[in-house]
Design a protein around this ligand. Structure first.
Ligand SMILES: Nc1ncnc2c1ncn2[C@@H]1O[C@H](COP(=O)(O)OP(=O)(O)OP(=O)(O)O)[C@@H](O)[C@H]1O
Ligand SMILES: [Mg+2]
Length: 381
């Protein structure tokens, strides 16, 4: 996982003012180390082979024998597998297109914040997709109360029921929804009890709460103010270790799109965005979808789950699909009686009522995320 101070950047830029701008922006931060700025596209692939940067930034308008677009193509063909961020100007708009080697686009003028953010997201996204066989799924929504915690818990249990070693992380660090849901005593350890420097596998095993439903849970700190003691580096380290110990990780997240929430989402293979038929939820979901796209999340990383899908509140299926720009990937029905009762008892409904429609819906999500969906089962959309 990328950690602060760890992004090594190689830049291909022949306009001195732009190189200087990038140098200036990077000189006042420590997360990105600028290895070299090359003003000739012809040397970039060779230099990248030697220096092994984490990210290469290419000016689309690079002149000379090897121009910007050719260089992007050469880097893609080189097999170096280094993510490329393309720099452009508003007069030459460009869409991100990972299949063509354009992992993210930065349009001048950009701030240091945008620059560093784009580089770290592109890198984290790449690493999440290439690090082993463990599936990491974050359950997120920019709107509170849509069912994130309920879905994350039941989804994790449902994945475990498929015989997959599963961890659930309570990423809602301030309120620790899962501790409350499962009525876990406040002295049970949390992510905060992991050592700050070298975390070993045995440390992780010591802090995991073993839920009777067959999953291991990494709880959030027991008190609100303790959340601040967890930083992005802790999150990255923890997830990369958990990836080695489990075959699937589900992360419950808070509503706020903080640095920490982004660290959880960055480290995920899939962001399961929970929507409901509610205009503010849809509005906020679209707003964050734009953020995710601009920081370089691949469209296939984003999946939409409509919760309480049978309570459409006057908004039609097609209307929702039009707003999202695609059909949602999953639907989960509403079952007020079962869900509320199961939550109050701290029981997963996928265990207590496996045949209920809501449990079947969650099971379908679990199987699809594991690539095990029954081929000819009808998709309920
Ligand atoms: N499919 C469903 N059918 C019926 N009730 C549901 C369903 N999903 C969630 N709920 C109920 O909605 C409420 C909110 O759920 P939950 O706490 O899981 O949401 P959340 O998104 O995690 O909220 P927060 O933003 O506070 O973390 C709970 O009372 C839960 O029982
Ligand atoms: Mg919650």
């Amino acid at each position: 996982m990328p950690t602060p101070n760890s992004i090594r950047l190689l830049v291909a830029e022949d306009v001195p003012q732009v190189s200087q701008h990038v140098r200036n922006l990077l000189s006042i931060q420590s997360q990105v180390k600028l290895l070299e700025v090359l003003n000739d596209g012809a040397n970039v692939v060779e230099t990248a082979k030697q220096l092994r940067p984490d990210v290469v930034m290419v000016d689309l308008l690079l002149q000379g024998k090897v121009k910007g677009p050719q260089l992007i193509e050469k880097l893609r063909e080189s097999g170096l597998d280094i993510p490329v961020v393309v720099l452009t100007v508003p007069q030459h708009p460009l869409a991100r297109d990972p299949a063509r080697g354009i992992d993210a686009v930065l349009t001048l003028p950009f701030s240091g914040f945008e620059l560093v953010n784009t580089l770290s997201h592109v890198l984290a996204d790449r690493q999440a997709r290439t690090s082993g066989s463990c599936r990491v799924v974050s359950v997120f929504s920019p709107k509170g109360g849509v069912g994130k915690t309920t879905i994350a818990f039941n989804l994790a249990v449902s994945i475990a029921q498929q015989g997959v070693a599963t961890a659930l992380i309570d990423g809602s660090l301030q309120y620790g929804d899962l501790r409350a849901l499962l009525k876990v005593p406040s002295d049970v350890p949390s992510i905060l009890d992991l050592p700050t420097d070298r975390v070993l596998e045995s440390d992780i095993r010591d802090v995991m709460w073993r839920d009777p439903a067959g999953i291991d849970i990494l709880l959030a700190p027991p008190r609100v103010e303790m959340a601040e003691m967890v930083n992005v580096r802790d999150v990255d380290k923890t997830i990369s270790l958990l990836r080695r110990l489990y075959e699937a990780i589900v992360i419950d997240t808070p509503t706020s799109l903080s640095e920490i929430t982004l660290a959880f989402l960055d480290a995920s293979d899939v962001v399961l965005s929970v929507v409901t038929y509610d205009s503010t939820t849809i509005h906020n979901t679209l707003a964050v979808a734009e953020v995710f796209s601009s920081i370089g999340y691949a469209p296939e990383k984003m999946q939409y789950l409509v919760n309480r899908a049978d309570s459409s509140g006057g908004i039609g299926h097609d209307e929702l699909a039009r707003a999202l720009g695609r059909r949602p990937d999953f639907e989960v029905v509403s079952d007020g009686r079962l869900v509320v009762q199961a939550n109050n008892e701290g029981m997963p409904f996928v265990v207590s009522s496996p045949d209920a429609a809501v449990s079947r819906d969650i099971r379908r999500v679990a199987q699809t995320l594991l690539g095990r969906a029954p081929v000819n089962a009808p998709v309920r959309l």
